[in-house]
Design a protein around this ligand. Structure first.
Ligand code: SF4
Length: 893
């Protein structure tokens, strides 16, 4: 600690505190054009100069550290005169702003210093770039603060903006040297967010009313499971602009293209605004009373005729915790069945199952903040720069700072360019590869003996079991050089702390659960659990997929991930009803039973089964076999379009209150910032009303989402300390057992949730049945891309489709040449299960014999092609491995 005086105020300061930071703490505003708290200060604009008594110079406050005894004047006559001079020079070389930008810092300073009339009014039309659907560039207004360059380098790690030429000719331009759309821009909007002059700005400022007239509210991104906080500006009842929240511990003040810009779906003209019933094959709009009475009477009839287990209900990763809680309560209390599930089944149920069975808690062990604390990150089967972009950007920045990266992925994903080791394995061979890493760690004695002694069992069994899983043996199966496997194992074990993140490249296989177990073995062997910078961390795909499952939308568990047997009396007491004890069906089993004629009714909330489930023919056959299919969504999705009986239109994430749970167990508020259109209702209101009509109103007598949350706290001890008031500013990570508990950033610090010691698992490798042969010589991997979100319900209705207009089939240049396939020409991809037609994209990141495609577009119907393979334990579909062939078609896209 030291003491200085700033503008006659005493100022105690911490080591390495700058004059700017201390002044802000004291409430003194020092102007600055190149400063942004997300960036390393570099003192470039010289506007934050201050006078330090006893020196003959003016120092930049953003880069000058406080020293004991300093006496500082931030607004002396000399300082202010120099600032005015600097601003006058900038005003002379900068065009007059467009109206929406008048509140930006540069113009605010000009007004403060009485220089607004000195702006040079000439716009150079050659410097206007209107190519990008979200970001407008007008370099006539550039003041060369270079914040766009710095934020693209230091936060996003994309290095798009460059300073071109020298002297008077100096220009900031994208790396294309031409338009932003043609550049390597990933449309995160960080440059527009930081630009103080409006040279780079959001287009919405021109298409919607200016943000100065907007009301700003903090909420949570409705897209991926990273769970970034957003500041949403609403004007005239519409979202005008979204900006990042600077002190958000998840995003660190950054957003991706979806969170920042993809909100036009809210006002899409094809929103369904009244309930509908299908009659004679046609949809008819009806009142809510009629729709609910109809659906409830059909549901009741099905239960009376076929029993409660003839009904299935699906919760939604896009809905709130509160919505999902009452969804599964409805299934158990009103219908009397455990047939309830959600889309975690098709993504991370294997992670939850493996982590729960080995460590006692089926969720990420650590937090995103551990990315900055670790020395090595193992990224397995997760293309995080596309699918979890803010985590991906944080990993990139960690790598740029010297953190070692190990990437395990069949494709050369972006993070592979930053990796020390890229294990480019064959799809479906995670288990032998991870076993070989464990074998190396054991055979080379680079395990953590102390940790093993106190926290781990079954070491000898695993050691014996892994005898045959040598890197050489794994190499034969995985196609990865044995020495590379050893190198990765040594790096992970020796350069700690080491953390791992994994994605659907681990879970969407017939050995999904076992793949996560193998990852957990590595963490246990090396003591990389229960400490900062360590852990096993599944990256969740959808905003609330973790929450949907945690709330009990799972046939085998209740809220808080407890088994029905363990918590029967606790829940029965609160729910005023006994619980069904018969094992429930998961989503995939529901499809099987529907085909067998045993499942008669299904209520699908926020889930487009027909578009996303694999083996589309079978899925459609299952859905056609139902007597009643209730679909609840914002839009008439593919499931509803073809097969729905009743449609309930519900609010989107910006039109409702409640909470989401992100991939690091953080519960965060979402807030209603705009009104839902027409007769659209909240999910929980629809479910509660259905319960009331079916005679259970007393058990669903909720007034608001917070009311539901308070019930959740009573049945889930690990969330007992979380209430809406505590979530007002920032989220809390469970376990959080009482109202003074700050929440839990790191699980399993001293003991595992399952006990003092965790057991290593010996996992035998099993080959997928989706093997390639002469007829189907390629392996198709499916997944998502940056601009798309899952089944397209939201992103298809935004300008993201300009940035990424198709589902492409990515193919290696060698295979494309051999088959005579041109880039962007249309091809037919055929499997044992079906076919789809889509444009090919020739990509160097693909290896020979492997293909990749997303499944976002209803037209492409890629899930015609994916097969019926499932995880051995939890039925998660094998989306990542399908044997296919590729045929040319004669049509261009
Ligand atoms: Fe939203 Fe995920 Fe992007 Fe964050 S990373 S802005 S949560 S989509």
């Amino acid at each position: 600690m030291g003491r200085a005086i700033i503008n006659n105020q005493d100022c105690d300061f911490a080591p390495r505190e700058t004059i700017l930071d201390a002044s802000r703490r004291l409430g003194i505003e020092i102007p600055g054009l190149c400063y942004d708290e997300r960036l390393k200060p570099f003192g470039g604009c010289r506007l934050c100069i201050v006078e330090v008594e006893g020196t003959n110079r003016l120092d930049a406050a953003c880069t000058t550290l406080l020293e004991d005894g300093m006496i500082i004047h931030t607004h002396s006559g000399q300082v202010e005169s120099q600032r005015r001079g600097l601003l006058r020079i900038l005003a002379h070389s900068c065009a007059e702003p467009d109206t929406p930008q008048w509140e930006l810092p540069f113009y605010r300073y000009l007004r403060t210093y009485g220089l607004e009339d000195e702006l040079n009014p000439d716009h150079d039309p050659r410097l206007l770039d209107d190519s990008h659907p979200y970001i407008r560039v007008d370099m006539s207004q550039c003041i060369h603060c270079n914040r766009c360059v710095a934020i693209c380098d230091q936060v996003q790690g994309q290095h798009v903006w460059k300073v071109w030429f020298r002297g008077h000719a100096t220009r900031v331009r994208p790396d294309s040297g031409d338009s932003l759309l043609a550049s390597s821009c990933v449309s995160c909007g960080a440059c527009a967010d930081t630009c103080p002059s409006g040279a780079i700005s959001d287009r919405t400022l021109y298409t919607s009313p200016p943000s100065s007239g907007a009301v700003w509210t903090k909420t949570t991104c409705p897209y991926c499971g990273v769970g970034c906080q957003l500041n949403a500006g609403v004007a005239n009842g519409r979202i005008a602009q979204i900006r990042p929240v600077l002190d958000d511990p998840v995003s660190n003040g950054h957003l991706c293209v979806k969170g920042r810009y993809a909100f036009d779906f809210v006002t899409s003209p094809d929103r369904i605004t009244s309930p509908m019933i299908r009659e004679d094959g046609q949809w008819r709009s009806v009142s809510w009373d009629e729709a609910i009475d109809y659906a409830a009477s059909r549901l009741k009839a099905s239960i009376e005729k076929n029993g409660p287990d003839s009904v299935g209900i699906l919760g939604s990763a896009r809905a709130t915790n509160e919505d999902n809680y009452i969804t599964q309560k409805f299934a158990r209390v009103v219908v009397g069945t455990n047939n309830v599930d959600c889309c975690a089944r098709v993504c991370h149920t294997p992670s939850a199952a493996a982590l729960k069975s080995m460590l006692g808690t089926g969720a990420a062990t650590n937090s995103f903040n551990d990315i900055e604390k670790t020395s090595t990150i193992l990224v397995c089967g997760a293309n995080s720069t596309e699918n979890h972009p803010i985590v991906g950007a944080r990993i990139k920045q960690a790598a740029l700072r010297g953190c070692k990266l190990i990437v395990i992925d069949p494709r050369r994903i972006e993070l592979a360019d930053y990796a020390s080791v890229h294990l480019q394995l064959k799809p479906g061979t995670n288990v032998p590869l991870l076993n070989a890493m464990a074998q190396t760690i054991i055979s080379e004695n680079i395990f953590d003996a102390e940790f093993l002694r106190h926290r781990v069992t079954s070491f000898d069994e695993l050691k014996h079991f892994l005898g045959t899983y040598t890197p050489e043996a794994a190499s034969e199966i995985c196609g990865v050089d044995a020495d590379l496997i050893r190198k990765a194992a040594r790096l992970y074990a020796s350069n700690g702390p080491a953390m791992m993140v994994h994605g659907l490249g681990v879970t969407e296989h017939i050995q999904g659960v076992e793949g996560v177990m193998c990852l957990t073995n590595l963490a246990l062997l090396t003591g990389n659990l229960g400490k900062p910078g360590t852990g096993v961390n599944p990256l969740r795909g959808q905003n609330n997929v973790q929450g949907a499952a945690q709330m009990g939308c799972d046939p085998g568990i209740l809220t808080g991930s407890v088994s029905i047997g363990d918590a029967f009396s606790r829940f029965s007491k609160v729910w005023l009803a006994p619980l069904p004890r018969k094992a429930g069906l998961n989503l995939m089993q529901m499809m099987d039973r529907a085909i067998e004629g045993k499942l008669k009714a299904l209520w699908a909330i926020g889930y487009d089964i027909a578009l996303t489930n694999p083996h589309r023919d079978e899925t459609v056959r299952a859905l056609r076999s139902l007597d009643l299919l209730i679909v609840q969504d914002m839009f008439l999705n593919e499931t509803a379009k073809e097969l729905g009986t009743v449609f309930f239109p519900v609010a989107c994430g910006f039109e409702r209150d409640g909470t989401f749970m992100n991939g690091e167990r953080r519960i965060q508020r979402i807030r209603r910032i705009v009104d839902a259109p027409g007769q659209v209702r909240q999910d929980w209101e629809v479910i509660a009303r259905m319960a009331e009509v079916l005679g259970h109103g007393h058990q669903f007598n909720y007034r608001s989402p917070s009311n539901i949350w308070d019930e959740i706290r009573t049945v889930w001890p690990d969330a007992a300390g979380i209430n809406y008031a505590r979530l007002e500013n920032q989220g809390l990570q469970w376990p959080c057992v009482n109202e003074t508990d700050p929440g839990t950033e790191i699980l399993h610090r001293d003991v595992f949730a399952s006990g003092q010691k965790a057991a290593l698992r010996s996992v035998t490798y099993r080959r997928t049945t989706e093997s390639s042969n002469d007829e189907f010589p390629f392996v198709l991997i499916t997944g998502r891309v940056l601009e798309q979100f899952n089944a397209g319900t939201m992103t298809l209705r935004t300008p993201n489709t300009i940035l990424h207009p198709f589902d492409y089939l990515d193919i290696s240049p060698e295979d494309a040449a051999e088959l005579g396939i041109r880039d962007r020409s249309r091809v037919r991809v055929v499997s044992r299960h079906g076919a789809a037609t889509l444009p090919a994209r020739v990509c160097k990141s693909m290896r020979r014999g492997e293909l990749f495609a997303s499944f976002h577009m209803p037209d492409a119907r890629l899930n015609n092609v994916t097969g019926s393979g499932r995880d051995r334990f939890v039925d998660t579909p094998e989306y990542k491995v399908t044997a296919v062939r590729v045929e040319q078609t004669d049509r261009d896209p």
